[in-house]
Write a protein that binds this ligand. Structure first.
Ligand SMILES: Nc1ncnc2c1ncn2[C@@H]1O[C@H](COP(=O)(O)OP(=O)(O)OP(=O)(O)O)[C@@H](O)[C@H]1O
Ligand SMILES: [Mg+2]
Length: 343
């Protein structure tokens, strides 16, 4: 009989309590996400103490639901994977302690996974039972990782091997979407609201300059955000209405063009033909479309399914499984790493 490696994964780095079960690093048996979005919406962002206390309430029911949906028990698992970081310390600790308890109780090994690595490994996922699973990304590849807290371009020459070619010098791309949404009076969370407003706006209505950076593959988003702020202020001073949709569309188009052009430049400079999109901003529809279009330029392109773009445990299951299959496990004394970089 074929050998199957099964992993239970837990993710609590921010405001989603999540658990998932995966086989052989790719075939997802279950993925459960309990969102706290409504609870944080009234604060206009994630309130850390509320987040960790909600994780305490949700974690065991979410883990049980993931096992039930997979039709498996803890006994069937080969290891327990958990996000060590980066993320909010108080949130990470809840998932970590739950994972330690499960590992200790079941005698299964513990695997500490990196949340950003998880975002990247979301492109390996498919639902168990899928007839023609998508081809796995191949190496070398260039990953564009754009999330709420991080934005970087990485060269992957093999599994779990990252060389950071460039990164944001200030705000993350998702953070810029969130801040611009606030400036425009659009509801939390900002990314999807900006995307929605942009649908009925003119992307050429306003010109926001793309900031120059010393490093060719670095980004800067705070300048674009400030340009949006000044545009709004000038219109207000002149007593003119704020064309929210046009500003949203122009901002979004600028960011997408900036991200895509840097990614393509980095790939060409390193002679790489495979591109991978990762992180919460990869949920952005026009960005996904622009990324997919790069196939016409001879690139092989990987984007995660929409459900696995923002925080979830399926991606941690994939990343944790590849770590486990490469011999990485953690002792029960491991601590969380709230600022753990990818490379
Ligand atoms: N459709 C969208 N368009 C643009 N941005 C989006 C969209 N959907 C989500 N985002 C952005 O993605 C971010 C959330 O992504 P994610 O959940 O990966 O962030 P995080 O986990 O908080 O940060 P990190 O992964 O860096 O630790 C938010 O900034 C959100 O605005
Ligand atoms: Mg994330």
């Amino acid at each position: 009989m074929e050998e199957v490696t099964r992993i239970l994964a837990i993710e609590t780095s921010c405001d989603e309590t999540a658990a998932a079960v995966i086989e052989n690093g790719r075939a997802l048996r279950s993925s459960v996400v309990a969102s706290q979005m409504d609870m944080h919406a009234r604060y206009g962002g994630v309130f850390p103490e509320v987040a960790s206390r909600q994780h305490v309430l949700s974690i065991l029911p979410v883990v049980q639901e993931a096992l039930d949906k997979a039709n498996l028990t803890l006994d069937n698992m080969d290891a327990i994977a958990v996000t060590r970081g980066p993320g909010l310390a108080g949130s990470l600790v809840v998932g970590m302690n739950a994972a330690k308890g499960l590992a200790l109780g079941s005698g299964k090994p513990l695997v500490g996974a990196n949340h950003l690595e998880g975002h990247i490994y979301a492109s390996w996922l498919y639902e168990a039972g899928t007839e023609n699973p998508p081809e796995a990304p191949g190496f070398p590849l260039i990953a564009l990782l754009v999330s709420g807290g991080h934005s970087e371009i990485d060269l992957m020459t093999d599994h779990l091997t990252y060389q950071r070619l460039g990164a944001t010098l200030d705000d993350a791309a998702g953070e810029a979407f969130d801040k611009v949404a606030r400036l425009l009076g659009l509801p939390y969370p900002g990314g999807p609201s900006v995307q929605k407003a942009a649908e009925s706006g003119d992307p050429a209505a306003f010109k926001f300059t793309r900031p120059k950076t010393d490093g060719p593959w670095d980004f800067s988003f705070s300048g674009i955000k400030t340009a949006v702020l000044y545009t709004i202020r000038d219109l207000e001073k002149a007593g003119q209405p704020i064309p929210v949709n046009d500003i949203a569309a122009s901002f979004q188009a600028t960011v997408i063009d900036y991200l895509i052009s840097k990614t393509v430049d980095a790939a060409r400079a390193h002679n790489v033909r495979e591109l991978l999109l990762a992180g919460g901003v990869s949920a952005n529809k026009p960005l996904r479309e622009a990324f997919l279009k790069l196939q016409n330029d001879g690139f092989k392109v990987h984007i995660p399914k929409f459900a696995y773009c923002t925080d979830n445990a399926a991606m941690i299951a994939a990343a944790g499984a590849f770590r486990f299959m490469h011999g990485h496990t953690s002792g029960l004394e491991v601590d969380v790493l709230p600022t753990w970089p990818l490379s």
